[in-house]
Design a protein around this ligand. Structure first.
Ligand code: ARG
Length: 463
């Protein structure tokens, strides 16, 4: 007779589990998040078992009806989770047996919690990926629209955070979009490897029952059964891949956040974020702080932490399943929650960004941002680029001394440095002339930005 409090594996035990150990080893507090997926997997498993004759049709129907009722109990918040029953799997199975009797005990035929939990996480993961992809697409399309609206807006482009050359704001926003487009691809790629069925691997070696894993895979919408039973129960690459995707995404969102924070400062004054995305200070009445981008920037840390945590969790595990794996869920769930929150905040906020075009323009006019244009002008007139560089360098030094931008100098002033300079120089020294001249694929010219936005929209639609 079993002395264990845990009926499902107590047979060989001669004393009950220590109360602390029971709590310490339990995962139900967090893995109940996969309850729906656990039930979905069990229904498919029972359906397959009946198909191959291991369960009768009546047994299958009793199991499916019982599980469907349990799913409703859980959704209604009426299900009583028990830590003594360790995890989501045994809580649901125990409830099923309480409801339908001995037939409930047949559900676990040809299955182990090891392939069961691996299946649950993959089902959860697939759904999570689809939700993230949807939110990412919403952010991307908001970004594309904003870029189109800002195709003609001129701002300084930076290297080393020093004014470099004028660019269009739309072009800058489409640079952000490129980062997200790559993240999106990575996410969908990770889905392919997540969408493989572990069930049938049982504890580690497979099962003696005449199971049909192709049928189970098909019932659950998996592309195929996992190839190797040992690998099937111990592989968590897909969780790491998702967290790696999330780390790159958060790194990108953090870079964007950093720019938003800079741009809303009095010193830059490039954009306004509507009040609803900001908060004030309890002491300084004038303050309006860009909390949303700051928080997103900060959230990157926890997601990177989860990536390192999961890699470390897996790195020393011998095949096949080990209890260590129970530690895979919290980082994964938190990564999902964090990503969804950050994407939602960004998708809501990005379309509401208001550019301060005059102020951006003024900033682009300062810092001699058209110096390269002047050098290119000289090259077109036959000067060697290195000589042109030197001539323009001298003009800039003069400008710094006189507090004059290149475009504010008279022709005579410019001609001090090269008599090749003519009236037509002023066309290239304007900001509009400078951006319009970079008129090739990938360049900052407004027409190129509009074309790139259209391509981005088409690519997004084609996903
Ligand atoms: N709660 C466990 C986990 O998350 C389920 C699998 C337990 N399997 C086992 N043989 N202890 O990994």
């Amino acid at each position: 007779m079993s002395h264990s409090t845990n009926q499902s594996w107590g047979g060989r035990f001669s004393e009950p589990t220590d109360a602390f150990v029971a709590r310490f080893t339990a995962s139900v507090d967090f893995d109940q998040r996969m309850a729906r997926h656990d039930i979905q997997g069990s229904i498919a498993h029972a359906t397959m078992l009946a198909q191959v004759g291991v369960l009768s049709d009546e047994e299958r129907d009793a199991i499916i009806n019982g599980l469907t009722e349990i799913e409703q109990e859980i959704a209604a918040g009426e299900f009583e989770w028990s830590v003594e029953l360790e995890d989501v799997h045994m809580n649901i199975e125990a409830r099923l047996t309480a409801k339908i009797g001995i037939t409930g005990k047949k559900l676990h035929t040809g299955r182990s919690r090891n392939d069961q939990v691996a299946t649950d996480i993959r089902l959860y993961m697939r759904e999570a990926i689809d939700l993230v992809a949807e939110e990412l697409a919403r952010l991307r399309s908001g970004l594309i629209e904003l870029a189109e609206r800002e195709a003609d807006t001129i701002m300084p482009g930076f290297t080393h955070l020093q004014t470099a050359q004028p660019v269009t704001f739309g072009h800058h926003l489409l640079a952000w979009h490129e980062m997200l487009a790559r993240d999106h691809e990575r996410l969908l790629d990770c889905r392919k490897r997540a969408n493989v069925l572990p069930l049938g691997a049982a504890a580690l070696a497979g099962t003696t029952y005449p199971i049909d894993r192709h049928l189970t895979a098909q019932l659950l919408g998996f592309d195929r059964p996992a190839e190797n039973s040992l690998d099937a129960v111990s592989d968590r690459d897909f969780s790491i891949e998702f967290t790696a995707f999330a780390s790159l995404l958060l790194m990108h969102l953090s870079r964007m956040s950093e720019e938003l924070v800079l741009w809303t400062s009095t010193q830059f004054n490039f954009i306004n974020l509507p009040d609803r995305f900001c908060t004030g200070s309890s002491i300084m009445p004038q303050k309006k702080n860009p909390d949303v981008p700051e928080l997103v920037r900060g959230k990157s840390g926890r997601v990177y932490g989860h990536l390192i945590g999961l890699l470390t969790l897996m790195k020393s595990q011998p095949l096949a399943y080990n209890k260590d794996n129970q530690e895979d869920k919290e980082p994964l769930f938190d990564t999902f929650d964090t990503v969804m929150g950050c994407l939602r905040a960004f998708a809501d906020m990005v379309p509401a960004i208001e550019s301060k075009t005059e102020s951006m323009r003024e900033a682009a006019r300062g810092g001699f941002s058209t110096a390269t244009d002047l050098a290119d002008y000289l090259v077109r007139k036959g000067v060697a680029f290195r000589d042109a560089h030197e001539i323009v360098g001298q003009s800039v030094a003069f400008g710094i001394e006189q507090h004059k931008d290149l475009s504010d100098m008279t022709l005579a002033e410019l001609q001090q440095f090269s008599d090749i300079i003519d009236e037509d120089v002023f066309e290239v020294l304007t900001l509009e002339g400078s951006v319009a001249a970079r008129n090739h694929i990938g360049g900052t010219a407004p027409d190129q930005v509009r074309a790139a936005a259209q391509r981005a929209r088409d690519a997004l639609k084609a996903l």
